[in-house]
Design a protein around this ligand. Structure first.
Ligand SMILES: Cc1ncc(COP(=O)(O)O)c(C=O)c1O
Ligand SMILES: N[C@@H](CCCC[NH3+])C(=O)O
Length: 442
């Protein structure tokens, strides 16, 4: 069954931060995007601070309305720009980090160490020592091996690590295979039947203070049912551990809430809040979530210019070749993910669309943003916005094909400023050296 592509005007209707106006063209948080593109050059990323704020507040409201007190630990991996982190810190978020680099970044952005949770399936000793030295609020441990390593690192550093066990509940989140994390065969979390024993072991190991449980079953989850199933399993485990005399003070419910990219019916935050309340609401535990995509994805667009329209001889869709590519936005190439694409100039929207294959210039056949996408006719130099790229967008960029990292800007309330310059081309090789035997006097 083919899914028809939504009409471009419908994309706008469900995205309150974006507006198409006869004079200004497409604007984001009241900033005409062509101004940003013409000033910074393309490709460039634009993050909407107002959208980050609005979505964080909506999420908080959903928890409050459900009568829950839930801490929001924003997952840095979705978008770790200092400006994004600063906005979210202002909005009262803590952070979920998965590497020493993310931990340094979170601290640099002014987040309090105690509001930071360190997750991730493989933490090095150095990362553990850093987390302990900085005093992060909680370290989520994902295996027996890691638990023992952490105990040794903590003891050696004369510290005590507040530990939650991230359990693998063997629940299929019903999302893309490559972003599913809670099935028994996935690399993440502690196998369900080992969790209770390991919790008791953690309580007995030196340097560790087991405080609770964590679960995260995947990303872009579009139904409350797998959340509910996973949280119900965790709730049962909390009860079991307590019955066995152990202390369980926290439950970290992970991230994963999905959004509408195309025509998906994404559950509202109230559905997530409902699933938490129903399963964990009466347990008297400190609750937290780790959303990334839900907060950040709709708060970003990637601006790009048309390099060329390559006509096809056999009636196949023309190739719309953009100056953005898979090295900038990897999601379509990695997960065949769908992103809305809108021309910035209003007159283009009212011309009859024709199917076009939107590609980047990188030398890979997977460098395709959209197949046979109905778009109005565009010409060299026309500008387009690729939507909902605020999460897992710029953070996943590479410099493949020696393409420098793109510039970034932030918008809010009709004002915009650059927040990252386009990487100078010389920076691509600035940290490279030649071995002595290749240094020849020419
Ligand atoms: C442990 C953990 N927490 C939170 C997240 C954030 O997920 P999402 O961006 O889907 O909310 C992820 C990514 O999947 C994760 O691995
Ligand atoms: N990078 C993925 C999400 C991974 C979430 C992290 N476990 C995406 O772009 O959809």
């Amino acid at each position: 069954m083919t899914r028809p592509d939504p009409d471009p005007l419908n994309l706008l209707a469900s995205r309150p931060s974006l507006r198409m106006d006869a004079q200004a063209g497409l604007s984001f948080e009241d900033v005409p995007l062509h101004l940003v593109a013409r000033t910074l050059g393309t490709p460039c990323w634009v993050t909407g601070a107002g959208t980050l704020r609005r979505r964080t507040r909506n999420l908080k409201t959903a928890f409050v309305e459900a009568g829950l007190d839930v801490a929001i630990h924003y997952a840095l991996k979705a978008n770790d720009h200092l400006a994004t982190l600063t906005v979210l810190r202002e909005e009262g978020c803590g952070a979920d980090v998965v590497s020493g680099g993310e931990l340094h970044r979170a601290i640099h952005a002014g987040l309090a160490p105690e509001d930071i949770v360190f997750s991730g399936v493989g933490k090095t000793r150095e990362e553990m020592a850093l987390a302990l030295r900085l005093g992060v609020g909680q370290i989520n441990v994902e295996s027996a091996e890691e638990l023992h390593r952490l105990s040794r690192v903590a003891t050696g550093a004369d510290r005590s690590a507040r530990v939650a066990l991230r359990v693998n509940p063997d629940i299929d989140a019903g999302t893309h295979d490559k972003i599913s994390t809670g099935r028994a065969g996935d690399k993440f979390g502690i196998a369900w039947d080992q969790a209770a024993t390991l919790y008791a072991e953690a309580a007995a190991l030196p340097g560790l203070e087991p405080v609770g449980l964590a679960v995260h079953i995947g990303s872009q989850i579009l139904s409350p049912a797998p959340f509910r199933a996973a949280f119900a399993r965790v709730a049962a485990l909390v009860r079991q551990l307590r019955a066995e005399g152990m202390t369980v003070r926290t439950v970290d419910c992970g991230g994963g809430l999905g959004i509408r990219y195309r025509d998906e019916i994404a559950p509202p935050p109230a559905a997530l809040a409902g699933a938490i309340k129903e399963t964990l609401g009466t347990l008297d535990v400190a609750l937290a979530v780790e959303p990334g995509r839900w907060i950040a994805a709709p708060a970003g667009v990637l601006l790009s210019s048309v390099i060329d329209v390559k006509r096809t001889p056999d009636g196949a869709p023309d190739f719309l070749i953009l100056d953005a590519a898979m090295n900038d936005l990897a999601r379509p190439a990695l997960y065949e993910s769908w992103h809305g694409i809108l021309p910035l100039s209003p007159e283009r929207l009212h011309v009859d669309p024709t199917p076009q294959t939107v590609v980047g210039p990188v030398c890979e056949s997977s460098d395709v943003f959209a197949e046979a996408r109905p778009l109005p006719p565009l010409r060299e130099g026309d500008l387009v916005a690729i939507l909902d790229t605020g999460a897992y967008g710029s953070v996943m960029s590479s410099t493949y094909n020696s393409r420098p990292f793109a510039a970034q800007a932030m918008v809010e309330n009709g004002v915009w400023q650059p927040i990252r310059a386009r990487q100078p081309v010389e920076a691509l090789w600035a940290d490279e050296t030649l071995p002595d035997w290749l240094r020849r006097v020419s």
